[in-house]
Design a binder for this molecule. Structure first.
Ligand code: GRF
Length: 205
């Protein structure tokens, strides 16, 4: 299966996918990353793709007159690589109707909180501020809401006293350790076994 991965930052989730595919081989894992897209230049996520010899593309919102134009450009740039699955791994933009029309139902996102709690761009900080005792990460299909699509898998991470002093980055690093493993496992199973989405239920045979 062909994966296009979308990133906006350090790309450690992308790196986990690349490392798993390199270690297992494309056939055993069931998928290969054929391109990496971003909404901005100069990020480590793009460097990781370049180091792996994987084509990259950047679609910046500010290069387009309207948001819909950006959304269409992102969809077209992604479609050019004929992905079977699109994976948002730290991609920090909300895609629009055009992108979802083309990739909805085969577009997966990873979020650093236990949805439906703490959706949006600050899930780690919000869980910490709320005084939650556990948080974690969620891999889900993207729908037309913000972090509201059908959940595929979740991983739990304890919030400890020190996190209050250490701030969200320490907690986020612990979440990312679980998240990377979860994402690699889920993407591989979706690619190898196929899947169906029945309402809010995801079935991977
Ligand atoms: C991940 O925790 C993702 O869930 C969140 O931002 C982080 C991206 O990390 N949206 P990376 O770019 O994969 O290192």
């Amino acid at each position: 299966k062909r994966l296009v991965v979308l990133v906006s930052g350090s790309g450690t989730n992308l790196q986990a996918l690349l490392d798993a595919i390199a270690a297992q081989g494309v056939d055993a894992y069931g998928a290969e990353v054929v391109a990496v897209g971003a909404d901005r230049d100069g990020i480590a996520g793009l460097e990781r793709a370049e180091r792996a010899g994987i084509p990259t593309f950047v679609c910046r919102v500010k290069d387009h007159a309207a948001r819909e134009d950006w959304d269409r450009a992102l969809a077209e740039a992604t479609a050019a690589y004929e992905p079977d699955l699109v994976v948002s791994a730290g991609f920090m933009k909300i895609v629009g109707k055009e992108f979802l029309a083309r990739f909805g139902g085969r577009f997966v996102n990873t979020h650093p909180a236990l949805l439906p709690s703490f959706p949006g761009a600050h899930g780690v900080r919000d869980a910490l501020a709320y005084g939650a005792k556990v948080t974690g990460c969620t891999v889900h299909f993207v729908d037309d809401g913000v972090d509201t699509g059908p959940i595929i898998a979740q991983g739990v991470v304890e919030i400890v006293e020190e996190d209050t002093d250490d701030g969200e980055s320490a907690l986020h690093e612990r979440i990312k350790e679980v998240e990377r493993t979860l994402l690699v496992d889920v993407v591989g199973r979706l690619a190898r076994n196929g899947f169906s989405i029945e309402g809010r239920k995801v079935v991977i045979p």
